[in-house]
Ligand binder design. Structure first.
Ligand SMILES: Cc1cc2nc3c(=O)[nH]c(=O)nc-3n(C[C@H](O)[C@H](O)[C@H](O)COP(=O)(O)OP(=O)(O)OC[C@H]3O[C@@H](n4cnc5c(N)ncnc54)[C@H](O)[C@@H]3O)c2cc1C
Length: 539
């Protein structure tokens, strides 16, 4: 193993390549710090690829009086949309109303109403939903997204898939985001500004000597160990934040994280319009049904306690039944487990605020700096995909108390790679791409633009026909694209490609996935610099 004394001292060493680690890496490098980031698996391999994929204010958090979080997230939606119009886009959410809809009983709002209006008996009245949506429209300085509308569902396209008892609905705005691509693009941008991004690299220990951290890492593919020295540590381990505090950095900290699993199911497309549904359940919870990957519908999520971060989260049969039962109260078409084509599950690393239920635990973030080990470490608890950029800015304030920064906030309005085009320019980009590369089908061109934005044309290069893009792995995935993902986007395996850089796993049969994996393994071995984990060819 390399001795720490031989290595240069990095300003910031970040543990964790989820959205929070990569967001902080980007912000910090842009402010002149030297940054190294270690991710033990693939980027976004944990919670940051398992979200509902919404840039949202969180309508339901209003019932918990989480006004700070909701306001920050609402404002942030449009800032983010402008910086990444390829991987994020506006969506309309239809909230069907029925008079029997109920609150979760321990929200501050339901407690207040049961005190002053006991006759409501836990029901969520229409005026309250309207009030909530009014606040949602006005708390966050909305400029691009349209406001709330009231809908008559009778005879309307959005009413067609719903049971006849739903005659009225509200419609409001939020945004979609490709969560795992958001992580990778932040990592790429950080690297382009000078950060060192190491994947498949696990931090096994961190100790401080004379005010400097000595961080030991192990490459999870080759087994090679390395040591790094750093002035400050950021623990962005998501579900592992507590494990890192206790067993890697060995701090005597009492801060805790509450692990709450959330699962989704995916079915074939259930309806023919592009809007989402926001369904309220008899148990006071809410779930979404969202058009997904052109031909599918995404339904989620659940809230279940999850004990151990290293236990792989899966959508249990009970969770599947819960989600199916939930949507079956709304849709005419009654779904069974046979309709489920894929499931995924993630663990929310929530700050333990002592809330009674998993649903009630705060979704806001908490940042704590510890110096008791002799050098500073910033521990990150909680947070949303939506607030990652603001979380990074708050982190930089804390980091700035220990390291000197060359400039202030800078990330608002700075596009991520491929995102340098107007918010409403996606359609134009697709048309331009198809006119330059006429062999692209509508699906293919749209998929490339929604993944790579203005970089889609760069990836396709001088191709004049599909065969110029090399081997065809199926479902429009070609050798040229996979090569780009391996060279520029840290992909190492077929799973990285078809479940995180895109979602073609929904379309590729097992034998094609295996062929892709074999091809990638061969390429890794024949390209020496790419064979070393985390060390990629510079762009
Ligand atoms: C079901 C569900 C739905 C959600 N929906 C939304 C939504 O719609 N909108 C929204 O805004 N937010 C949503 N969220 C919240 C959001 O996904 C999370 O807050 C966010 O992804 C957390 O990111 P993170 O970087 O903290 O954690 P993670 O993404 O889990 O990243 C932590 C990383 O640290 C790595 N790591 C851990 N230990 C080590 C070590 N020793 N060495 C090296 N690496 C290590 C892990 O491998 C992991 O990749 C949802 C969450 C869930 C679970």
């Amino acid at each position: 193993m390399e001795h720490p004394a031989d290595t240069e001292i990095t300003d910031l060493f970040i543990i964790g390549g989820g959205i929070n680690g990569c967001g902080i890496a980007r912000d910090a490098t842009g402010r002149g710090l030297s940054v190294a980031l270690a991710e033990m698996n693939d980027l976004a391999s944990a919670t940051s690829s398992a979200s509902t994929k919404l840039f949202h204010g969180g309508l339901r958090y209003l019932e918990y009086f989480e006004f700070r979080l909701v306001r920050e997230a609402l404002i942030e939606r449009e800032t983010l949309l402008k910086a990444m119009p390829h991987i994020s886009w506006p969506m309309r959410f239809v909230l069907p109303y029925h008079k029997d809809m109920r609150f979760e009983s321990d929200t501050p709002t339901s407690k207040l109403l049961s005190l002053f209006m006991p006759w409501l008996k836990g029901r969520r009245p229409a005026w309250l939903i309207r009030l909530g949506l009014f606040m949602y429209d006005h708390l966050g300085g909305r400029k691009i997204l349209p406001g709330t509308a009231t809908l008559d569902l009778t005879g309307a396209t959005v009413g067609a898939p719903l049971q006849d008892r739903f005659t009225k609905a509200y419609e409001y705005s939020d945004c979609w985001v490709e969560d795992s691509r958001l992580v990778v693009l932040n990592a790429r941008d950080a690297e382009a500004r000078g950060a060192r991004i190491m994947t498949r690299t696990q931090v096994v220990s961190a100790t401080s000597e004379d005010g400097i951290w000595c961080v030991e890492t192990r490459n999870n593919e080759s087994g090679e160990t390395k040591a790094f020295r750093a002035r400050m540590l950021v623990n962005a381990g998501g579900p592992w934040v507590g494990d890192i505090i206790q067993s890697k950095v060995r701090l005597n900290s009492r801060e805790g994280v509450r692990l709450v699993r959330g699962s989704h199911i995916v079915t074939r497309k259930l309806y023919d319009h592009d809007k989402c549904y926001f369904f309220q359940g008899a148990d006071g919870r809410i779930i979404f049904a969202i058009p997904y990957e052109t031909d599918f519908t995404l339904i989620g999520t659940t809230d279940s306690e999850h004990g151990n971060p290293s236990k792989k989260p899966v959508c249990t049969p009970d969770e599947q039944d819960y989600l199916l039962g939930f949507v079956n109260q709304y849709f005419k078409q009654q779904l069974t487990r046979d309709d489920v084509v894929w499931t995924y599950s993630g663990v929310r690393p929530l700050y333990d605020d002592g809330a009674s239920s998993a649903t009630a635990a705060t979704r806001d973030y908490t940042l704590k700096v510890e110096t008791s080990a002799g050098a500073p470490v910033l521990n990150i608890f909680g947070g949303k995909i939506t607030t990652y950029r603001r979380l990074a800015e708050s982190a930089m304030e804390k980091i700035g108390e220990h390291l000197s920064l060359s400039k202030g906030k800078w990330t608002a309005g700075v596009p991520l790679p491929g995102g340098n085009f107007p918010v409403d320019g996606g359609g134009r980009l697709v048309a331009d791409l198809q006119s330059r590369f006429p062999f692209l089908s509508d699906f293919w061109a749209r998929r490339l633009v929604r993944a790579y934005g203005t970089e889609a044309a760069v990836i396709l290069g001088d191709a004049e026909q599909a065969v110029d893009l090399g081997r065809d792995f199926g479902a429009t995935l070609t050798e040229v694209e996979v090569g780009w993902l391996m060279t520029h986007e840290y992909a190492r395996t077929a799973e990285d490609v078809i479940w995180r850089r895109n979602k073609l796993g929904l379309r590729l049969p097992a034998e094609q996935t295996q062929a892709l994996d074999d091809w990638m393994a061969q390429r890794r071995h024949s390209t020496p610099e790419a064979a070393v984990c985390g060390i990629r060819r510079r762009t």
